[in-house]
Design a protein around this ligand. Structure first.
Ligand code: FES
Ligand SMILES: [Fe+2]
Length: 373
């Protein structure tokens, strides 16, 4: 995080990231953030076959899908179909029809609240995962009258559609999505959105905040502000008091980072520039992570005299992600890293984070059974 210029100046990064980012400006930078990365080693070579941690994930913004629309999704190494029924509710199921295997996210139709397959019009209930209707048949085969299609728990909050991921589809959501009151508040701006594809894992990205040594070498910060870490049952956080340089002198700032489950995280910046960063981090494959940052600020600030600083804060946060991405895209997940005394609490983090991993379908409980540290 940026604070006193010269002390934590993220705009003069060290050599490794500078070589990559130096010439990228404007649209070139935006394109680089989501560009395909060809020729990367397999997830196995990179130690990334560790599965996905469970939790609620913000897969799309609410306006992604209107009433009566069907679209394909790919997350968690699965092809999915998403639709919004006539009742306004979003449903998500596995994509492939149990009849002859058509992909229902491509060309499927909404029939009432049901999803109609584009191939022969079998109609699925998105909550029960059963076939409710086959327009051309006298009888529905018994195998599809009972649950035959995986249905994914869905909720909407903070302007996002959230999908509950757990490797065992029988494990219901274990907590609720945390609601941010700033979203929809007329005093606050809409989201200012920024997007990246990171060729790495969500756990690796989460670990970045406790990796205190990298701030100097990747972000060019001379000093790392002391963070007060909070470790909860399913969420964790950190409060960082930072002295921030402004044109009118040094201001005490507070940065509060919070997570709920593996998939929900947000950061509140107070002091110099009030900002809520809502992060959407969703694995597409084990080595591909879609990252979106949505920033909201009070309108009085975003449109007022502090607008320049408010924008600069957003630019700096995005720049930090750019810098990390240079490393994340190519690194390997070291399950047994060799740690020195100047490192942050990386082993503690990994031990704690292992609670989000479970074995699929009935092979284990719903707690983290696999320690990856
Ligand atoms: S493949 Fe879906 S109805 Fe035939
Ligand atoms: Fe970082």
């Amino acid at each position: 995080m940026s604070n006193t210029p010269g002390v934590t100046d993220a705009r003069t990064p060290p050599v490794a990231v500078w070589q990559v980012l130096e010439k990228l400006r404007g649209q070139d930078l935006v394109d680089w953030r989501v560009a395909p990365l060809e020729g990367r080693p397999s997830p196995a070579e990179r130690g990334m076959e560790i599965g996905f941690p469970f939790g609620w994930y913000a897969v799309e913004q609410t306006d992604f899908i209107a009433v009566g629309q069907v679209k394909p999704l790919r997350y968690f190494s699965k092809d999915l179909a998403i639709w919004r029924g006539e009742d306004g509710k979003v449903r998500v199921t596995d994509a492939w029809c149990k009849h002859l295997g058509a992909h229902m996210g491509h060309g499927g139709k909404v029939s009432g609240n049901l999803l109609e397959c584009p191939f022969h019009a079998w109609r699925y209930d998105g909550e029960e995962g059963v076939v409710k209707d086959i327009p051309y048949a006298k009888a529905i085969p018994p195998q599809v009258k009972r649950k035959c299609l995986r249905t994914w728990p869905v909720t909407e909050a903070n302007g996002w559609i959230w999908v509950w991921y757990h490797p065992d589809q029988n494990v219901a959501p274990m907590w609720d999505v945390v609601v941010h009151e700033e979203y929809g508040d007329p005093e606050w701006t809409e989201y200012d959105m920024h997007e990246w594809i990171v060729y790495g894992s969500i756990q690796n990205m989460a670990e970045n905040g406790v990796d205190v040594a990298h701030f100097k070498y990747i972000h060019g910060t001379a000093d790392v502000p002391q963070a007060e870490l909070r470790w909860g049952d399913w969420g964790r956080g950190a409060d960082v008091k930072a002295q921030m340089g402004t044109p009118s002198g040094i201001v005490d700032g507070l940065i509060s980072y919070d997570t709920m489950g593996a998939g929900q995280s947000w950061v509140r910046f107070r002091g110099i520039s009030e900002t809520l960063l809502v992060a959407s981090l969703v694995p597409i494959e084990e080595d591909v992570l879609r990252v979106r940052y949505g920033f909201m600020q009070p309108k009085s600030q975003a449109n007022g005299p502090g607008a320049g600083l408010a924008k600069a804060l957003i630019r700096d946060i995005c720049k930090q992600l750019d810098q990390d991405k240079v490393i994340w895209d190519r690194m390997r997940f070291e399950a047994n890293p060799i740690i020195c005394d100047g490192d942050g609490p990386i082993p503690q983090f990994r031990q704690w984070y292992s609670r989000y991993y479970a074995k699929p379908d009935g092979e284990g409980g719903n707690q983290g059974l696999r320690a990856v540290g």
